[in-house]
Design a protein around this ligand. Structure first.
Ligand code: SF4
Ligand code: SF4
Ligand code: SF4
Length: 371
């Protein structure tokens, strides 16, 4: 039985994709040496290839979409497929058509995605540039990371993902290295009117009231989403700091693994250096074909966390030896970071607070800070 076509009823027959029939596993021919530079995947049919196109953070211009449609029709079967990491693939390309396809893609500003043991195209959401919940500039950070790290050799594949808030729609915790935006909130007792709205809003049950009705935030239960900041009608709940939590060692596949938090509340300007240090550590400790998560299973996370935090005063190393993952403040840390003053320039706790006080959403204040 063939699968159901994914197009709406009434779509033109010519536009319907092939569905195929289940077939027995078969051995595929090895990829010719001159094509082993990534993004070209042999299909099960002889002399047919899938070409994966590099689209960092899933962003495409209309001209790119037109070029993809043109390439699919001229060089493939006309069908495209989208991977779970926001990457389009052109299907059914004969080997003889590959040079023409690659030249046409390049002329339109598109390149091949990576394959094999390298840093793959960076994925993520649009963060504070677009989404109402966004707390950090995940889009800008992801594009910068892609420009700097895409294609870097590693012991195995290495996936980077940026999420704008703790909802993590883009599964940053399932990437080899994932960044998740968050805030730390504080209550201003002078401005608070004890209305209880923040407590009603918090889905984590992280806010209780003291005997005077003043909200008390449990840092262990708080995930840093800033919903309470947006809910407070008088701006008494403030996003005192905005930053990113860093998760290492996530992966999908037949043995999925969740990333472990190795640093919390790093400022945005620390993100690329965190990737650089993680890649250096991974190359030093990983064997050929070994994913970062497997290396961490073997060696633990403490050394990587310490490497990432080395020589910095605005990120917190999470070490199981010194404090638990959910502790608010490790020993020796005063609980306050430098925020925008540290040089991030993208999002600002101060502006976020101003935004809440003025009725503007947190992300609008963050966007203002970056303008
Ligand atoms: S992770 Fe947060 S900011 Fe990103 S799309 Fe989801 S809700 Fe929006
Ligand atoms: S930031 Fe989110 S999780 Fe934390 S107290 Fe506010 S609403 Fe609750
Ligand atoms: S919503 Fe604002 S004013 Fe109301 S209890 Fe919470 S902090 Fe106080």
């Amino acid at each position: 039985m063939t699968g159901a076509a994914p197009w709406p009823a009434g779509a033109p027959a010519a536009a319907a994709p092939s569905t195929g029939r289940a077939a027995a596993p078969r051995r595929t021919a090895p990829l010719p040496a001159d094509l082993k530079t990534g993004g070209i995947v042999p299909q099960r049919e002889p002399d047919r290839f899938t070409v994966r196109v590099r689209t960092p953070m899933g962003r495409l211009l209309p001209a790119h979409l037109r070029a993809l449609a043109d390439c699919a029709e001229r060089f493939g079967s006309g069908e495209l497929h989208l991977t779970v990491r926001q990457t389009p693939e052109i299907l059914d390309v004969p080997r003889a058509a590959l040079p023409g396809l690659l030249a046409t893609l390049a002329a339109s500003g598109l390149g091949r995605a990576a394959a094999g043991p390298v840093v793959r195209a960076v994925s993520g959401c649009s963060g504070c540039q677009v989404t109402p919940n966004g707390l950090v500039d995940s889009l800008g950070l992801g594009l910068e990371a892609d420009a700097r790290f895409f294609g870097r050799p590693c012991p195995s594949k290495f996936k980077l993902t940026f999420a704008g808030c703790p909802t993590d729609c883009v599964r940053a915790k399932g990437a080899d290295l994932g960044f998740v935006g968050r805030v730390e909130v504080e209550v201003d007792p002078e401005r608070c009117e004890r209305c209880g709205l923040c407590s009603d809003t918090c889905r984590e049950g992280a806010i209780t009231a003291d005997t005077t009705g003043l909200p008390v935030v449990d840092p262990q239960a708080c995930v840093g989403c800033a919903h309470c900041v947006r809910a407070c009608p008088v701006g008494a709940l403030e996003a005192a700091r905005t930053g990113l939590d860093v998760y290492a060692g996530g992966k999908h596949g037949r043995h999925p693994r969740s990333g472990e938090r190795i640093a919390t509340m790093i400022t945005e300007d620390r993100a690329l250096e965190t990737i650089e240090r993680t890649l250096a550590w991974y190359r030093r400790h990983g064997s050929s074909g070994e994913r970062l998560g497997t290396v961490l299973d073997r060696l633990g996370t403490e050394d990587l966390a310490a490497t990432v935090a080395e020589d910095t005063d605005n990120g917190r190393c999470i070490s199981a030896q010194t404090w638990s993952q959910n502790d608010a403040s490790p020993p020796g840390y005063d609980g306050r970071g430098r925020g925008k003053d540290a040089g991030s320039g993208r999002s600002s706790a101060t502006d976020a607070t101003e935004g809440a006080a003025s009725g503007r959403p947190v992300r609008a204040a963050a966007a203002k800070a970056s303008s």
